[in-house]
Design a protein around this ligand. Structure first.
Ligand code: DP6
Length: 345
């Protein structure tokens, strides 16, 4: 007999970036981070988890291709989820014995994988949720975020909609390094995000590799995690709770800039932005200057694609200017269908 459960998980885009691990094995970060979860209408991972006494090995299929299941992160996630199911089965002998069966995970992204569009976040979040549903686990999203974090750090934030904080924690076993919701999407219904897909290619330097080069070589990074982020974390949370767009936008842009500055300050340097990314920054600056107020914010993860946050009332102005100025950029036309996604739970 096969047991099966399916679920989807959303992409989240950090506005205060996670970059650096204090414990790479447990995926414990060097700083707190904040993100906004995007609606699942356009960007999401759909995952089905199944288990059966007839399966002979664990399997993972991503976009139709079979993936290696021996990676430490996946092994850690499977181990933790099975341990939670074992606990349930031990306390209730009427439950089917699923924890010892092999798992088959089938996952589909509807956006480019590993192009700096947070695919690992949605991917691991969907995997954790799908297996948690399959096992009928009673754990809260906060408890599951501790498992998701071990798959990919940013994945812990994709277990919630709206505005999410990943609190780095202080325990050496990672038991307090988990995601919490700052506010639901309904709290700020005017918020919108648009994605300018500059390139759908796989990024040169993976986040996992890149961040450890930065941790070990960048003097600017030390300043960032000790002085800048703690203050920015409190300010950004407040700007979200106050729905203060100009403050939220400025902090978001400053944080993206500083994250990419630490990449450049790494040795050897890491480049994620390209000419189109830099042109998008200039366009957002021009939009804000012309409006006489900060009505749009850009942010870039570990790739060249630009995510722009703005409020609904300014949509025509912001997207109109972007299209007018960047309209000739290769890739923009093709990807217009992914712009202006509403942010939703
Ligand atoms: C720039 O979560 O992909 O997007 O934990 O090694 O899997 P691992 O890294 P990952 O890093 C994301 C980095 C970022 C910033 C962010 O999402 O906070």
């Amino acid at each position: 007999m096969i047991h099966q459960a399916s679920t989807t998980a959303p992409v989240n885009i950090a506005t205060l970036k996670y970059w650096g691990k204090r414990d790479p094995a447990l995926n414990l970060p060097t700083n707190n981070s904040i993100s906004v979860t995007l609606s699942q209408d356009d960007l999401r991972t759909l995952t089905t988890a199944s288990c059966s006494p007839d399966f002979t090995q664990d399997e993972l299929w991503l976009n139709g291709k079979q993936e290696d299941v021996s990676g430490k992160r996946l092994v850690a996630c499977f181990r933790e989820l099975r341990a939670l199911r074992h606990k349930m089965e031990d306390s209730d002998s009427s439950l089917p014995k699923l924890a010892d069966q092999k798992l088959k995970i089938v996952s589909e992204n509807n956006f480019p994988t590993a192009a700096g569009l947070a695919s690992s976040a949605a991917g691991f979040a969907a995997l954790i949720r799908a297996v948690a549903n399959l096992y009928e686990l009673q754990e809260t999203p906060e408890q599951l975020s501790i498992v998701a974090r071990q798959g990919s750090g940013s994945a812990c934030r994709s277990l919630y909609g709206g505005y999410v904080a990943w609190e780095m924690g202080t325990e050496s076993d990672g038991s307090d390094s988990r995601a919490v919701q700052i506010a639901t999407a309904d709290h700020w219904p005017e918020m919108r995000a648009a994605i300018l897909v500059v390139s759908a290619d796989k990024k040169d330097t993976s986040s996992t590799t890149g961040m450890q080069v930065t941790v070990h070589t960048s003097p600017l990074f030390k300043e960032r995690v000790t002085t800048v982020v703690p203050e920015r974390f409190a300010q950004m949370k407040k700007s979200i709770l106050d729905r203060d767009f100009p403050t939220f936008a400025e902090l978001t842009m400053r944080d993206s800039n500083q994250f990419h500055a630490t990449c450049l300050d790494s040795y050897p340097p890491i480049f994620y932005l390209n000419d189109v990314s830099r042109a998008s920054i200039r366009v957002v600056e021009a939009i804000n200057k012309a409006a006489g107020a900060t009505i749009a914010a850009y942010t870039f993860d570990a790739g060249p694609n630009c995510v722009i946050y703005y409020e609904d009332k300014n949509e025509e102005l912001v997207l109109g200017a972007l299209k007018a100025i960047l309209g000739r950029v290769e890739g923009w036309e093709k990807h217009q269908s992914v712009d202006a996604k509403k942010i939703d739970v």
